[in-house]
Ligand binder design. Structure first.
Ligand SMILES: NC(=O)c1ccc[n+]([C@@H]2O[C@H](COP(=O)([O-])OP(=O)(O)OC[C@H]3O[C@@H](n4cnc5c(N)ncnc54)[C@H](OP(=O)(O)O)[C@@H]3O)[C@@H](O)[C@H]2O)c1
Length: 314
């Protein structure tokens, strides 16, 4: 197939870094799209040393900033003829954060990073992806969206630009889950939207994974204890990176699009359970189903329209 190029956002730590190692080992040109280029050089050097690849490039990208995304995409397009794989791995999830945070574009930071950034980046790179023989996009989702099995849980669309920032309680956990549910809904819509260009778009349902040493350094001392406990239970970053690689490169997933895939590489389907309490408990533990909320056509269109409007305005 000739040279193949993958962009991995947030490739300087955790699963993103492990994925960069995997793709570089397999001969891919890897573009590490990271927000702090100076800090990320150390990770780049480690990846080059581990893989002996000369094709691991570091480029500056703040996924929460629409200007940064535009600059990144313009620079990428001047340098490279085509793009084969785009992995939206970076995410904002600042454990313990209690106050409402804005992006540079005055958008709630979790949504700006985890939902609207991937939307805009995909839109700007779609023509380069369309030049690939087998273009694939992967969105990093999470088992956290399973809280949407609660029929009362909804994405709060009314506070994404700080409308109620001083009057409504802020939870980074709720915003994280909401932004990743919105990303799953975008996955379904992107798959339809980019179908004619041959671009396949899937999401991966990531369970508890070990927290990287870089991330542990960034969080508050209280959360460090939780992170170390998570590291006793969580699966390795490498195993998740191998799953990213499988979904993005294997024959098995070549024609799969618009699907959520779990860490066992099985397609996750919309919940088929009934509304009894017993069924409610069963579906929560069944990793092969996702909440039916994600299929709500009206809300999918709302996420798409909002992503389009907010990224155009800025
Ligand atoms: N670990 C888990 O248990 C788990 C579970 C479910 C889902 N996930 C998902 O898996 C993905 C990878 O997470 P991880 O566990 O590997 O976490 P991680 O080690 O904290 O990595 C997150 C990466 O995202 C980058 N990032 C954050 N905001 C960014 C921005 N505005 N622009 C560019 N890069 C940005 C970070 O860069 P900096 O170093 O500059 O902060 C870091 O490289 C995320 O999408 C996460 O939501 C993880």
């Amino acid at each position: 197939m000739g040279e193949r190029t993958v962009i991995i956002t947030g490739a300087n730590s955790g699963i993103g870094k492990a994925a960069a190692i995997k793709f570089a080992t397999e001969g891919y040109r890897v573009i590490m799209a990271c927000r702090d280029v100076d800090r990320s050089k150390k990770a780049q050097m480690e990846i080059i040393a581990a893989t002996e690849s000369e094709r691991v490039e570091l480029m500056g990208l703040d996924v929460s900033s629409f200007e940064s995304i535009r600059n990144f995409c313009a620079e990428f397009k001047t340098k490279y003829e085509k793009l084969d794989i785009l992995i939206h791995n970076a995410a904002y999830f600042n454990h313990g954060e209690k106050s409402y945070q804005f992006s540079r574009d005055q958008i709630e930071l979790t949504f700006a990073t985890n939902t609207f950034g991937p939307y805009l980046m995909t839109k700007l790179l779609a023509d380069h992806l369309a030049k690939s023989e087998d273009p694939r996009i992967l969105n990093a989702c999470t088992t956290n969206i399973r809280y949407f099995f609660d029929p009362k849980r909804k994405i709060e669309f009314d506070n994404l630009q700080g409308e109620f920032k001083d009057s409504k309680p802020y939870s980074v956990y709720v915003n994280y889950g909401n932004s990743k549910m919105a990303l799953l809904m975008l996955t379904f819509k992107m798959a339809e939207h980019y179908h004619e260009q041959g671009i396949k778009v899937n999401a991966v349902q990531i369970p508890v994974i070990k927290v990287s040493k870089e991330t542990i350094k960034k969080v508050s001392p209280g959360y460090r204890i939780i992170a170390r406990l998570q590291n006793l239970l969580g699966d390795s970053q490498e195993s998740m990176a191998n799953t990213y690689f499988h979904i993005c490169t294997s024959e098995e997933f070549k024609n799969v699009t618009g699907r959520l895939v779990n860490d066992k590489r099985k397609i996750v389907n919309s919940s088929h359970y009934g509304s009894s309490i017993k069924d409610g408990v069963k579906q929560f533990f069944d990793k092969d189903v996702y909440p039916t909320y994600a299929d709500n056509r009206e809300i999918i269109e709302k996420v798409w329209e909002l992503s389009s409007r907010l990224t155009e305005e800025a």
